[in-house]
Design a protein around this ligand. Structure first.
Ligand code: PLP
Length: 448
């Protein structure tokens, strides 16, 4: 069951034509599965341009963008200062395969913002960041087991795909084919927000566990923040067993606050996470990501130490210029504006879904938020899955037909940007009554 409504307004002929071309040469017609609209049905929109809070598709239709490239476009599309930084960098060359100054400046900016991070290594994707952090933790501890939480997505790293969120949740896949069972056996998957389960797993196998990796505040099963004291508990338990704590801030980093989720929740009395991973916002829409943390752990990386890690395009001069220009514009005023936009949108959502009688709960982490079509707070992946997915698909298509682009899955965060001005917010608010009615109808007519 995809949870998709049975009929959609077919009003995207240019996107449909592009999809048919794409299907001939690319599996599923897309280069990342959630883009295919399989969870909501209909034709994925092929976008041709972005401007501030808006995207325009191949059929010339404009949408208020509440996906923001899945997080990176925190300033909106085509911010002039970032454009200038990118074109200046590109004018000087595309890739040198040598160190260059922007890499240093971007690393300095990350280290300045996130207090426990003493050193970083730049990579090109969040997947590379978490994969490398896991290898480093294994090299540091000489152990091999990794603990993760169901519903947390850390990229498509073999050992981290077990019960992952994001696209894996969207397609209801328990895991991925192609991951050797020996590899899967190296991963212990626990329910999020359940410290008793963490205590029990460490009591049983603590001396074999290299690291526990967690999304700092999960956004890949929808938004499910850690309960008060949960992160603190993870730090206490991992430290007691000599395992590293890896805080995956690929999504939340520089998005929830100047210092990411750590800036909202930390510092922790039990101590800081040993390693952090970053991506999305720090690349400003270009492929740049990072992992970093304690200097004594990072010192194990090649060329200083025995843990190998490398990349032809790591620290690419154009990507680092975009990331640096973006971070420099991520000021307290920007975060205040993101919060205002999120306040307005979540209040509108709550009001209109309530008026239409649609069971719902809206959860937030800074300005990240999502709506679950169910009653009661969502604390873990099982609760996230116990929502009315067809109601989301109906809601999504109503919003899309009214010019609002939402994540094409019920298991994803919504993202806003500093470019979402009053006019963009008003357009979203105006679309909500119709979408709430569509969700109410789906509740009444389609089984969840
Ligand atoms: N970690 C988290 C928390 C993410 O949200 C993602 C991507 O959505 C990743 C890692 C993987 O990043 P990438 O898609 O850049 O490989």
């Amino acid at each position: 069951m995809t949870g998709a409504p049975t009929a959609y307004p077919f009003d995207a002929p240019a996107s449909q034509a592009l999809l048919e071309r794409a299907l001939a040469v690319t599996p599923g017609g897309v280069n990342s599965p959630v883009r295919a609209f399989r969870a909501v049905g209909g034709t994925p929109r092929f976008m041709v341009s972005g401007d501030g809070p808006y995207l325009t598709d191949a059929d010339g239709r404009e949408y208020v963008d509440l996906v923001c490239s899945w997080g990176p476009m925190i300033l909106g599309h085509g911010h002039p200062q970032v454009q200038r930084a990118v074109s200046d960098a590109a004018a000087r060359g595309f890739s040198f395969g040598t160190p260059s100054e922007n890499e240093v400046a971007l690393a300095e900016e990350i280290v300045r913002r996130v207090e426990p991070v003493e050193q970083v290594r730049l990579v090109s994707s969040g997947t590379e960041a978490t994969m490398s952090a896991i290898r480093l933790a294994r090299g540091y501890t000489g152990r091999s087991l990794v603990v993760k939480f169901a519903g947390c997505y850390h990229g498509h790293v073999d050992s981290l795909l077990a019960q992952a969120g994001s696209g894996v949740a969207t397609f209801a896949l328990p895991d991925s084919a192609g991951v050797p069972k020996e590899m899967a056996a190296e991963t212990i998957v626990l329910p999020f927000n359940d410290l008793d389960a963490v205590e029990a797993a460490f009591a049983e196998r603590g001396s074999e566990i290299a690291a526990l990796i967690t999304e700092a505040s999960p956004g890949n099963m929808g938004v499910v923040p850690p309960a008060p004291g949960f992160t603190e508990g993870l730090r206490r338990i991992t430290a007691a067993h000599g395992a590293l704590l890896i805080s995956d801030e690929v999504m939340t980093g520089f998005r929830c606050s100047e210092a990411g989720w750590f800036g909202l929740e930390g510092p922790y009395a039990a101590g800081a996470p040993d390693l952090f991973t970053f991506g999305k916002v720090m690349g400003g829409g270009f492929p740049a990501a990072a992992f970093g943390g304690r200097a004594d752990v990072m010192a194990l990386l090649a060329p200083l130490g025995p843990v190998y890690q490398a990349g032809t395009l790591s620290g690419n001069p154009v990507a680092t210029a975009a990331g640096l220009a973006t971070l420099q514009l991520c000021t307290p005023a920007l975060y205040a504006r993101l919060d205002e936009v999120a306040d307005a949108l979540t209040a509108g959502l709550d009001e209109h879904l309530g008026a239409a009688g649609v069971p719902h709960v809206i959860q937030r982490a800074g300005s990240m938020f999502s709506v679950f079509f169910r009653d009661g707070a969502v604390r873990d992946y099982d609760e996230a899955r116990a929502q009315h997915v067809p109601a989301y698909a109906a809601f999504f298509h109503s919003m899309l037909s009214q010019g609002v682009y939402l994540p094409p899955s019920a298991f994803e965060s919504w993202f806003v940007s500093g470019a979402h001005d009053g006019a963009a917010v008003d357009r979203v608010l105006a679309a909500l009554p119709g979408a709430a009615s569509a969700a109410a109808e789906a509740f009444a007519t389609i089984d969840s």
